[in-house]
Design a protein around this ligand. Sequence first.
Ligand code: UT7
Length: 332
Amino acid sequence: MSYRSRIKGIGAYLPPRVVTNAELSTMMETTNEWIVERTGIEERRWVEPGEGGSEMAAKASKEAMEKAGVEAKDIDMLIYATLSPDYNFPGGGVFTQRLLGLREIPCYDIRQQCTGFIYGLAMADAFIRSGLYKNILVIGSEVHSTGLDISTRGRDVAVLFGDGAGAVVVGRADDDKHLIMSTHLHADGAEAEILWTEAPASRNHPRITEADMAAGKHYPAMQGKKVFKHAVTRMPQAIMEGMIANGLKLDDVDMVIPHQANLRINQFVAKMIGLPEHKMHNNIQRTGNTTAATIPICMHEAIGLGKIKPGDLVCLVAFGAGLTWASAFLRY
Ligand code: UT7
């Protein structure tokens, strides 16, 4: 018996606190004009102190489960993609499991940063295809706001990121009208340090020093121009790879949901592959970059706006730290 998988339900959660570019410009030397011109971002959401990624994940998951028509007892596995777990260990997966009242099922935490959601989707697809599980929660959830250098020193990164969560229930497909068609995953560690957080690091003893903190090594650091160049190369490659594998033409694709790192990157990618503007949905303007959560949050919004309808052919594509990149093609 061979099985295929589909997305049965999707949910998203954004914390209520809106942080505008104007508010950021009271905390560091930056301007609304700089941020909008370079990134397209107008505002992002930040959690209130005490709210963790697992709480946001549980809220997004509840919606996804409701839409999928499944209950806690029906979930066979949980995959939680994040670079910002609530604690060093255990991972956010088990905290989310507890909040949702799931059975004693396997709970994975995976990394892969901005590409984490598609990596999780690929894993869920493989477990469903194997016949081992029927319903798998795939979550992307991030709290960035508590880990950014909110000062002029950190402004190149701090203005980019936001908090939020998205989740899907991946289940067995009954036909080829609603189907995960393909996933293609990649990584290349050759330039891992161009986007990373250096400390705390278990290879050092102690893992973090006062000098590290004074130097801001516990904040994410990025060589933006290098990352930008990789993103606009790898994302078109990942899209083309999936199109070739599925024998698709660009005309066949109804909607592309790209990772939301920078509106300019996504516009560039669309131009490179000749994709008309209305076939790509972006929401970074209002969310900032929520790394592993961007794709389910953006897809959830596109569905809510009627831009993705049941049966539509959707391409998901991501690029991020690692470096990692991936695409998924599906019939929603
Ligand atoms: O999700 C993971 C993947 N991430 C990405 O794909 C991000 C890729 N990179 C980018 O999107 C862009 O590189 C950024 C938006 C991060 C930066 O844009 P950029 O055009 O590469 O700017 P830059 O870093 O070269 O900085 C240009 C100038 C610098 O000043 P000088 O040296 O020219 O005087 C920066 O100090 O802009 C300055 N700057 C800022 N000014 C105002 C940097 N950040 C800010 C800021 N506000 N927030």
